[in-house]
Each structure stands twice: as C-alpha cells, then as structure tokens.
Design a protein around this ligand. Structure first.
Ligand code: ADP
Length: 259
C-alpha cells in the first residue's frame, strides 16, 4: 500500500510538471510568433528609408558637381553601397521569416539570364570596384532563358556573387559562366578568394550549422544567404553544389531545369 501511494504521488507530480511544461511551451510559441511579427514589421519598415537612401545617392552620383569632387563622390558611393548592403540584408531576413511562415510568393516567368546577371552586377558594382575585382561574364549571345521567379533568381545570384566578392582579396578575379544543356541551365560562379575548409563544405547549406565568417575586409553577413539560396533553387527543382580549395578559391554551381 505504501508503495502504491508513493507511485500515485510520483505520477501526480509528474503529470503536474508535464502540464507546466506544456504551458511554458505554449507561452514560448506565442512569444516566438510575436517576436517574428515584431521583427518582420521592423525589417519591412526599415526597407523604406534604405530604399530612399539608395535612390537619392544614385541621383547624386549623376550630378556633375558631385562628380567633379573625388572625395564627395567616394562618400556618396559609400552611402549608396552601405544602404544597398543593409537593404539586401533586410531582404534576406524578411525572406527567411516568410519561409518560416510558409507564405513566400512564387511566380515564374521566362527571364533572360544575362539581364538578371547584369542587374545584380550593377547593384554590386561598388563592392567589386572597391576591391578592384575583375568580374568576367561568359554568357552565350543567343539569349539563355530560364523559367523562374525574378526576385528569387536575383536573390540567388546576388547572394552568390556578393559572397564571391566578400571572400576575395583585392585584385581578385570572379568568373560567371552561364551554359545551356539539353534540359537545364547551369550557372557557375567562381572566385580566387580565401576558399572554404573541407569539413565546412558539407555543412554550408545547413541551418543547424550556421556559421558566419567576416569577409576579407571585415564585411559582415547574416549567415543565412546560402541557406536561402539553396531553398530558392530547390523551389525551382534545381540543385546547388560547391567545390573549393582553401587559400585558392571557391566554385559554386547551380542548375535550373527546363520546364
Ligand atoms: P554570410 O552572410 O556569412 O556570407 P552565407 O550563407 O552567404 O553567409 O555564407 C555562409 C558562409 O559560407 C560564409 O560565412 C563563409 O564562411 C562561407 N562562404 C560562402 N561563400 C564563400 C566564398 N565564395 N568563398 C569563401 N567562403 C564562402
């Protein structure tokens, strides 16, 4: 009997702590949803002012007075590229939040790959110029079309090309190759930068192992870029892989199948 009472008491206590546990989990979930919402609103609202900074600094860079003064021009360029970096960072964070909620818009259309690559290169031109990095694009003349979501394809290319710049030393070279195969388009982005240690390559696209490395000039990131990039490529039924040698450079290849 003593034993039975003791077992009953222990079961009661266990049930009570299970209930408390469940309530704490519920509270944490509610807190998490509020935190995500709060964060999304802030990130979204911050995009507006940064967009204005990009717009106005672009206008200023067309101004003859600004162009006459090298130091002034350099300052405006820094304002523009810092605003662009922050804008892209916010965009990656917002995309990540939308993926968590499962409501990321996905609209596909026929896109000319060279147009998208050139737009992305324009956005990243200051970063590459600043490090004196030569970017070679090898895209065949007859337009290569991909059936893709424009924003997602731009984000994929922006993340991969900006990484190539970020992890390259001054005077490095980046090569962007687009090629059409019988049933897919392959895009290869290679750099002559710092490279990635072998043991990190397998974990590079895994959220559980998010690791952030500063760029060669201390550039910061979120560590989310490649995870988003892989997710976006998989939504197009494509694949991404990387080959890299420490100290020599990295080569990211992704493929988007035809539809
Ligand atoms: P981050 O915002 O930190 O750049 P990413 O998800 O884009 O995050 O990349 C994750 C990590 O992968 C980086 O912190 C860096 O260590 C490594 N990495 C990505 N691209 C390259 C590259 N081209 N060369 C060397 N390392 C890279």
């Amino acid at each position: 009997d003593q034993l039975q009472i003791s077992v009953q008491n222990k079961t009661k206590k266990l049930n009570e702590s299970l209930m408390i546990n469940r309530e704490i989990t519920k509270d944490l979930q509610t807190l998490n949803i509020s935190k995500d919402l709060f964060f999304s609103i802030i990130a979204h609202d911050l995009k507006g002012p940064f967009n204005s900074l990009i717009g106005f600094s672009t206008l200023l860079l067309d101004d003859p007075v600004v162009n006459e003064h090298e130091e002034l021009k350099e300052s405006v360029q820094i304002i523009k590229s810092s605003s662009q970096n922050t804008f892209e960072l916010l965009q990656n964070l917002l995309n990540w939040a939308q993926i968590q909620k499962g409501n990321l818009p996905f609209t596909r259309e026929n896109l000319k790959i060279d147009d998208i690559v050139n737009n992305v290169l324009k956005v990243l031109s200051y970063q590459s110029m600043h490090k004196n990095i030569e970017i070679k694009t090898i895209i065949p003349d007859g337009p290569i079309l991909v059936y893709a979501d424009k924003d997602m394809l731009s984000t994929i290319l922006r993340n991969l090309i900006s990484n190539a710049i970020k992890y390259s030393h001054k005077n490095g070279t980046i090569e962007i190759i687009c090629e059409k195969t019988t049933n897919a388009v392959n895009i290869i982005i290679s750099d002559t930068g710092i490279g990635i240690p072998e043991e990190r390559i397998k974990k590079l696209f895994d959220f559980q192992y998010v690791q952030k490395t500063r760029g060669t000039q201390g550039e910061k990131g979120t560590g989310l870029g490649l995870i988003l990039t892989k997710d976006f490529i998989q939504r197009h039924h494509g694949a991404i892989w990387v080959e890299s040698e420490l100290g020599k450079g990295s080569k990211f290849t992704f493929t988007l199948p035809d539809f």
